[in-house]
Design a protein around this ligand. Structure first.
Ligand SMILES: [Zn+2]
Ligand SMILES: [Zn+2]
Length: 132
């Protein structure tokens, strides 16, 4: 499937794999520039859209509406604090079997799933109690 990718798409995929964390389109743009790979921001967005639709990367949207992109291997979930924005990685995936079942029962090719929990982290709970 790599043969179909444009050079920009290849660069983005390589970057995401090497960094192994989630990046916004803006971050990707900056990181590529830091590596002397000049690419327009519009091209970054276009490439990300194409890669997303073919299932080559994962997208997760933060409470502030920002989209974060990461390479495909990760099946990771987070506890995200609505106050400080901190994201805590949780080490397990409770819906693995569900995904397999849905794929079979609906004959739907599932690329990935997202599952996130929102609330207050320990620190922010303490702060909230003090304020009350
Ligand atoms: Zn917090
Ligand atoms: Zn999962």
């Amino acid at each position: 499937m790599n043969a179909k990718h444009t050079r920009s798409q290849e660069r983005i995929l390589k970057l995401l794999k090497s960094l192994n964390r989630s990046l916004s389109a803006q971050d990707i743009y900056v990181e590529l520039r830091n590596r002397n790979q000049t690419i327009g921001l519009a091209t970054v967005y276009r490439s990300l859209e194409a890669l997303k639709q073919e299932g080559s990367l994962q997208v997760r949207t933060l409470p502030n509406g920002e989209s974060l992109y990461s390479s495909m291997q990760q099946d990771q979930h987070h506890l995200t604090c609505l106050r400080c924005g901190d994201s805590i990685l949780i080490d397990e995936c409770p819906v693995h079997q569900l995904e397999r079942d849905l794929q079979r029962s609906h004959q739907f090719k599932i690329y990935y799933h997202t599952l996130e929990f929102f609330g207050l982290c320990t620190q922010c709970q303490l702060k909230t109690e003090v304020e009350i």
